[in-house]
Design a protein around this ligand. Sequence first.
Ligand code: PEP
Ligand code: MG
Length: 837
Amino acid sequence: MSNNNNVLTLSAPLSGPVLALGNVPDEVFASGAMGDGLAIDPLNDCLQAPCDGVIIHVARTGHALTIRADNGAEVLMHVGIDTVELNGEGFALLVKEGARVSEGQPLVQFDLDRIARQCKSLVSLIILTNSERFELQPIASKTVKVGEALMRIAVRTSASVQTAVDNSAAEVAACVRITHRGGLHARPAALIRKTAQGFSSQSQLHFGDKSAACDSLIGLMGLGIGEGDEVRVSCRGKDCEAALQALVAALSVAVHEEHHAPVVATTPRWANTEANVLQGVCAAPGLVCGPLFRLAGIELPEDTGTHNVDEQLQRLDAALEQVRGEIRNTLDHARRRKNVEEEEIFAAHLALLEDPALLDAATAAIEQGSAATHAWRDAIQAQCAVLLALGKPLFAERANDLRDLQQRVLRALLGEAWHFELPAGAIVSAHELTPSDLLQLSAQRAAGICMAEGGATSHVAILARGKGLPCLVALGSEVLDVPQGQRVVLDAANGRLELAPSDARHAEVHQIRETQKLRRQQQQAQAQQPAHTTDGVSIEVAANVASSAEAQVAFDNGADGVGLLRTEFLFVDRRTAPDEQEQRQAYQAVLDAMGDKSVIIRTIDVGGDKQLDYLPLPVEANPVLGLRGIRMAQVRPELLDQQLRALLQVSPLARCRILLPMVSEVDELLQIRQRLDELCVELELTQRPELGVMIEVPAAALMAEQLARHADFLSIGTNDLSQYTLAMDRDHAGLAARVDALHPALLRLIAQTCIGAAKHGRWVGVCGALASDPLATPVLVGLGVSELSVSPPQIGEIKDRVRHLDAAQCRQLSLELLDLSSAKAVRQACQHHWPLS
Ligand code: PEP
Ligand code: MG
């Protein structure tokens, strides 16, 4: 195409109908956030260069690339919408970053059918990413053929380009972990850029030893930031504080992690010197016995060093493709079973397998004469060393994911089937197992897992908990010396691996397991019946849920109602807030799943450390002490208003109770009560739902009587109440064993809450995790709690516990517990008075 220095004509990189940006089915592209441009709905399957230039960025997954034309214009070409999710499948890149290309040169070949089937849209974008310096004039308006003139790009003459940098002001910075799915690819990068452009400050993102200006899309993408990476963002200028807040909000996406909470053994490893017992950390509870099966990794012999380079490259390619195929199968399987955790873990593995740093290192080693096996092993080991050198547990766990891929690809290269004969009911020991090992072992019916290394928050631990497979980690290298086939007992909840159990102990464990199984069957059979103590006090056993699907499970398990619906599920992991209609439908679905039982719906509890993409809140020095829970209504009242309106429209309203989180003053309750009354009038309702208050900060427990005067019920959130009473972060791994809601201080607050509520004839429930702890049931009943909201699988067990209690005796004994010295002493006393077998 004819160009002069100022004007460049771009030819169509694809054939097909041309669309204006506003008609693209993607909010970010359509808004122009990434720059001005056009879209083509492609009819062909090969993207060609629209002009001569240099390829300055290639997406890791091959679905997008950017060319810099000779006049400096930077043009991003993005094939399809949401195609990053294909993770490179169906795309063949024909050029490399840094390559010089000529107009019309093929750049990417893609599988049109696959994208059409698996992605939101085939519509492909041609975007001028530095439109502040260039102007765009469309030429083609309807349909173009590849190579025909598409648009003209001219240098802006009105030099309105803002380059003034305010160096005078201070610089502020913060670190943030990227949770955008797939990392900082084009669309999230565009959001960051758009956010940065809203401020006069200059903002930069730093990752590793690289930095990029936040208003440069290419720069941001070029940092190669992946999901889970931690980056630093810095802002300099007059409005640097505000810019930083907004950027941190745009960079972080809230993740709901409750189900991932690690189970931490109460006894640390070094505290136990009992003979023939190894002490570790519990990653998944359970008691089992069986023969030990030692699982070792692959050890390669010395590399002889004379190899045909092409042959070795082909072998590596074939092995990688085989493993990718296997992982894709695992992914499909996980998706079909809606197992999100498994899906996320293996999607990350697939992305790691395509990591250019890894592939380039292996290729380079082969080119220098290494065997494919050794090249692959060394490339992984080098990456692991980098991750481990960072000294952070999260990165160390990622190293384990890399080792997983090392083993899998080595197996594929060596033609070894991943197969071993696991003796029936074996307890598998290993240095550190990988996620795919764990899936295999679970499929082969391993009874338990013990590892020398590993952490309770690792991917393996999450998978083990999900599979109900007892698992101990961090046992130390002694576990690897235990002979193959030796009979052991794994008591995961207590962090113990017993190496020489007697016949009697062995028989006892069998007996305990049999009894547990039988008891569980009996409890399930009775779960649908209401629970009364032996002296006739009725205790409602409801469920904590976070979706209508979970409500269905709770109903099937015999829940007497929903004691806590955490509504955050509707608000997190999305780019825009749910509207009133969507909320109403979601709440109605939970009501519908619960038959004629009542449902307690808690208003949104975000803020603090749970941030929403579309709700930038100030960065807080102490997030858990900041604008969270009901306090958020101070800054965003319309959000709560909308939720209340949605709640008031469910039917029958009599089955819906509203619960307010993080209340610390009576006035907060009064204001919302008044607003609820106004909304009822607006909606012409004659009936008003019950309104309850969560007791999860000490102030609320101390003010329970005053709150109960105006509330219909109180529900104690022991998770936060422990955190705020004991001044211990509820997610602090090192304090996990001490954040125990059976602490006498907590019991005193619970007692005070029940006394205060009783003065006004209000009932008290517990919806924190303490309600699911059977050791605590007698104490809670004794202190006057009449509703326990528990995790759905435990409904039968807690109802059974209630049925064996005498409420009068519970009242008398639990008062004595208030005078004990520690949570440990309370636990011992509970075990003594109301033993758990
Ligand atoms: C609690 O704090 O005990 C509670 C139930 O609320 P969440 O765990 O959602 O903070
Ligand atoms: Mg809470």
